[in-house]
Design a protein around this ligand. Structure first.
Ligand SMILES: Nc1nc2c(ncn2[C@@H]2O[C@H](COP(=O)(O)OP(=O)(O)O)[C@@H](O)[C@H]2O)c(=O)[nH]1
Ligand SMILES: [Mg+2]
Length: 234
């Protein structure tokens, strides 16, 4: 009850408590969902990677190149997250890789339940890689564990090397920083070393690679990273 006039309106403090409780329940449910996904992935012998970045950093382009290079060497599956359209899943399927598109509508991130649902719509691919392209956004995806084994954060050279400082949350639990579109470096004021140093202020020791998906530069090192023993499933 309102302490000012005695009416039945909830006080701002009561509303805030309700919101906090709701947020806690949501995060708890997601944590449980992520654990369930991890178990699922273990059983299916899949290594899942969560690719997060701003829109347009080159996630889908990198996936297209990567999947073509992996063909015949290692099975792969893709879950695509966008607010709307099937465009990215169509690009992935054109490489011959099974892909499920999640359209998040109002949501600005993928959550564990969405990934669980998508997992059930994908074929078996034991020993394979599951790439999850998250919704383009440096803020919301940082809070949602999807059950992935590694989080890969992409920053393109057109975005500015200060982004890790401005959006630290997404870098805090990152496993790899990919600096993309390095073919454009001659045209922009972006210092890759400064970007890496900024990211390491948030996440010390964060491994970093620089690449251009369109020119092919740096793709070998990225594929080597994917081949590291801790990226091998069961
Ligand atoms: N110059 C350059 N452009 C790129 C590179 N990778 C992607 N792009 C372009 O960046 C735009 C967004 O790419 P996309 O893969 O759709 O980004 P996403 O939104 O992160 O999935 C497209 O026009 C791509 O052609 C790159 O390595 N170099
Ligand atoms: Mg994309």
């Amino acid at each position: 009850m309102c302490g000012h006039c005695g009416c039945d309106e909830p006080t701002p403090q009561a509303e805030q408590r309700q919101l906090i409780a709701l947020h806690r329940d949501l995060m708890d449910a997601n944590r449980q969902g992520a654990e369930h996904n991890r178990e699922h992935l273990r059983r299916r012998r899949l290594t899942a990677l969560n690719l997060v970045s701003s829109p347009g950093t080159g996630k889908t382009t990198l996936l297209e190149k990567t999947l073509r290079r992996l063909q015949g060497l290692r099975p792969a599956l893709v879950i695509e997250g966008d607010q709307q359209t099937e465009l990215d899943a169509a690009r992935i399927r054109a490489t011959g890789t099974p892909a499920v598109q999640i359209q998040t509508g109002q949501a600005c991130h993928l959550d564990a339940a969405m990934v669980h649902d998508a997992l059930h719509r994908l074929p078996e691919a034991p020993g394979g890689l599951l790439f999850i392209e998250n919704v383009g956004n440096l803020i919301c995806p940082s809070q949602f564990d999807l059950g992935e084994q590694a989080r890969v954060v992409l920053v393109s050279v057109t975005e500015g090397d200060d982004k890790p400082l401005k959006y630290p949350g997404i870098f805090r639990h990152a496993d790899l920083l990919l600096i993309t579109k390095i073919d454009l470096l001659p045209h922009v004021d972006f210092d890759p070393d400064r970007c890496i140093a900024n990211a390491r202020r948030i996440c010390p020791e964060l491994p970093a690679l620089q690449l251009s998906a369109t020119a092919g530069t740096g793709l070998d090192a990225w594929l080597d990273w994917l081949r590291q023993p801790d990226r091998e499933a069961g």
